[in-house]
Design a protein around this ligand. Structure first.
Ligand SMILES: Cc1ncc(C[n+]2csc(CCOP(=O)(O)OP(=O)(O)O)c2C)c(N)n1
Ligand SMILES: [Mg+2]
Length: 391
């Protein structure tokens, strides 16, 4: 995986794409890389903002590597669940560009609040991918230090993290950490279904009224489990922002370059004290909601096929090939790295020790509680009643 911050270095920059300059076909969708891998030099958003990226060849290759590694690790986790090694897995298949593009747009000091599907953002934040697997294997509580990685805990309660992010962002502003190039911004991830939750709408109100340094990043993957988008909204989701008094924009979430450009712009506005915004990353959940779901029950194969033609990795590969930024040796080397990392991840998952059952009572409260102590004692007595029990 490419380390560091794509777009931050000024060496070896590609001044302009070698492919044709084109205007975006859809004014409601910011796109810098078409599904066939053609580069669009820049796109002007509805408010006049010009979106472009200015990457070196190495940075372009780094983004491709991220996309491939994230997809492979996700596929390995799905396989592990199918073999009974994880309790459940929420795959990000199809959403790699939305996550890598936004994840790489974050600066080191920015704080992210994820859902349960943000494995690609987690990866970009430098967290060991084994961490969420412990959670989904049920052998630990999936903990990492949010302050160390600037990436909060996975949140299963739909939309709740948008309120946490809003409170956190209000605190960032109150601490005077905005207003400069080094200011801190906050990003809250959530899905299309979450936009129907009260929590998310309350977060919009508070962030708007307090002009908080927050980017609401909605991955519209077209479904909330089996509920399609048309059951959530009658207008494009990004337009809801206007009603809360801040800007909204829709980006092609299968385009890692446009997602990066739009997110970086929104984060920079936030860190400079210009308040929140909503990004709707228009994408598609190519797999099941989780491994417990069977999407063939509620959607037709032709829809999935239509989105496969918009695959985020295939278009990036087509671009790198067309522009001769990468050759077959590079692609083979990335595939080999992905294969090695997946094997290593599998070995580490299988080697994870089972926790002692009584540890489920740990970490519930920072200083314990009499009720919990009583329950622990009852549990120990029950557990000891089994022949040969040790703990
Ligand atoms: C408050 C709450 N209600 C219901 C659920 C059950 N649930 C889990 S995922 C999900 C759908 C979420 O859809 P969306 O926000 O589009 O996110 P996606 O899973 O598509 O990324 C629901 C209803 C929950 N976890 N939390
Ligand atoms: Mg969804």
């Amino acid at each position: 995986m490419a380390k560091g911050d794509p777009g931050a270095s000024t060496r070896g920059r590609r001044a302009a794409p070698r492919s044709r300059k084109a205007a975006t076909g859809d004014p409601e969708l910011v796109q810098l890389l078409t599904p066939t891998g053609e580069r669009i030099e820049s796109v002007t958003g509805p408010d006049g903002t010009e979106y472009r990226v200015d990457f070196t060849d190495e940075e372009y290759r780094g983004l491709y590597r991220d996309l491939v590694l994230v997809r492979k690790l996700d596929a390995e986790a799905t396989a592990l669940q199918r073999q009974g090694e994880l309790g459940i897995w929420a795959s990000l298949l199809g959403q790699e560009a939305a996550q890598v593009g936004s994840g790489r747009a974050l600066r080191t000091q920015d704080m992210a609040f994820p859902t349960y599907r943000e494995h690609g953002v987690l990866y970009c934040r430098g967290i060991d991918p084994i961490m969420p697997l412990g959670l989904f294997r049920g052998v630990d509580q999936g903990g990492w230090d949010p302050n160390e990685f600037k990436f909060n805990m996975y949140t299963i309660v739909i939309g709740a993290q948008t309120l946490h992010a809003t409170g956190y962002a209000m605190g960032v502003a109150m601490d005077g950490k905005t207003g400069t190039d080094d200011g801190e911004a906050v990003i809250a991830y959530f899905g299309d279904g979450a936009t129907s939750q009260g929590d998310v709408n309350e977060a919009f109100v508070w962030a708007g009224v307090f002009n908080s340094p927050l980017v609401f990043f909605c991955q519209n993957n077209q479904y909330a489990i089996s509920e399609p988008l048309e059951r959530q909204t009658r207008i494009p989701l990004y337009r809801r922002a206007a009603g809360f008094g801040f800007p909204g924009i829709r980006v092609d979430g299968n385009d890692v370059l446009a997602t990066y450009a739009v997110t970086r712009h929104a984060l920079d506005n936030a860190r400079h004290g210009q308040g929140p915004s909503l990004i709707e990353a228009y994408t598609y959940r190519m797999g099941a909601h989780t491994t417990s779901d069977d999407p063939t029950r509620y959607r037709i194969a032709s829809e999935v096929e239509a989105w496969q033609a918009k695959d985020p990795i295939a278009r990036m590969k087509a671009f790198l090939e067309r522009e001769q930024i990468a050759d077959s040796d590079f692609f083979a080397e990335v595939d080999e790295q992905a294969r090695r990392e997946a094997i290593e991840l599998r070995e580490r998952v299988l080697a994870m020790p089972n926790p002692e059952p009584v540890t489920m009572f740990d970490h519930v409260y920072p200083n314990g509680s009499p009720l919990l102590d009583e329950q622990r004692a009852q549990f120990n007595k029950y557990f000891d009643s089994f022949e040969g029990s040790t703990h």
